[in-house]
Design a protein around this ligand. Sequence first.
Ligand code: 4AD
Length: 458
Amino acid sequence: MKHTDIKDIIEKDGFIGKEVTVCGWVRTARDSKNVAFLALNDGSSLNHLQIVIDKATLSDVDPEATKLGASLKVIGTVVKNERNNTNEVNAKEIIVLGKCPGDYPLQKKFQKLETLREMPHIRVRTNTFNAVFRVRSVMAAAIHRFFQERGYVYINTPLITGSDAEGAGEMFQVTTIGFNPEYKTAEEYYSNDFFGKKTSLSVSGQLEGEIAAMGLGKIYTFGPSFRAENSNTQRHVAEFWHIEPEIAFCELEDLIEIAEEMIKYVVKDYMEKCPEELKFFEDRFEKGLTEKLLSVVNSDFAIVDYTDAIDILQKADVKFEFPVEWGCDLQSEHERYITEVVYKKPVFLINYPKGIKSFYMKQNPDGKTVAATDLLVPGVGEIIGGSEREADYDKLIAAMKEKGMGLEDYEAYLDLRKYGSVPHSGFGLGFERIIMYCTGMANIRDVILYPRTVGNIK
Ligand code: 4AD
């Protein structure tokens, strides 16, 4: 169906006086005796195109064309509306592509995000979700461009795994057979299953990413990861999109530079490409969003040692719900205090106690901490988790044993440390988390098309 994007007609010169065909959904309709106005939106822009129906010249318009939510094809001439200096279309012909009955759920101008969550198939037609998903697309492209321009190889790591990947979280089991009391033991059950052993959805592509980086040097992944935690928070979903670069010949300080450069690149690109969406989010969801993002682009992120952060938290004049002591995993209230109250900007926390971090992280000479980093940002908390990897074969085995891990599933991973091991590092960025940060959307369920959370599989 040949037609012109509404965005082009609104924004580009050269359409005035020309006949165009546009398609879209009716967002509002105003009718009067001599003239009717429709606001048409096709998803290409936050702005609607005004369609003017002069009843003297177009008398036989289908009444279904002026119903909220109806989908139309309109042929008409582009004219300049002198009052507000925007382009609009004087309709010559209107074809109703799809009628929309009166029970269309988007009757009210603004609906609560919670209500819209109940209809993920309809909410994309609102300004909010139109903007969120356009920004999501622009940011995905920016992430790819950032890595591609710097020579990283895009790798697709498997989603089905036979190991527990890295102990990053609870896993979803993959099976073709349900429970059957015929099986006497778990081994018997699993050996009859598709892969002949217990398999799960991967929580991270990191371990395979490391394998790829040990031949390709610099790689990144961009795909879904799955976590079966029962965490019903505003920033957890069971299926999220994960960007995981892995870089050979790279130490923790290099990794931090790359992460900061990537965040700045993506934020800047979003600000340049989506000024209208940014303004919309600023007006509706987060006052000061533009200023916040400008300062992200223009100032250095803080780098704070975990031990110093504990000190700051212990001296803070605040009653935290969870007590703070060296060795504890920081709760979101602690992360928020550090990044929102103390530094008021993104903070790389580094050198965490080894007891609360994964086995693969490089052990620091102090014997107590690992060369890990999390990037915490105001409002959202952790958006990146990463580390330098332990490149020493014996130290890695010792760490795995200390954590009570079996070595059988990690032969390939250990081989990397046997054959030409190199210092290397990587991180994982939660795609939805950075979208939340850049849009001011407070709930992760509102930045992914179909949020998967405990008890919710709409
Ligand atoms: O800190 P995580 O668990 O780190 C890893 O998975 C490492 N393998 C990454 C690496 O070094 N290659 O997760 C990384 C990021 C988090 O900082 C967060 O942004 C996001 O993934 N994330 C989630 N996002 C939404 N819902 C969840 N349930 C998430 N779990 C992690």
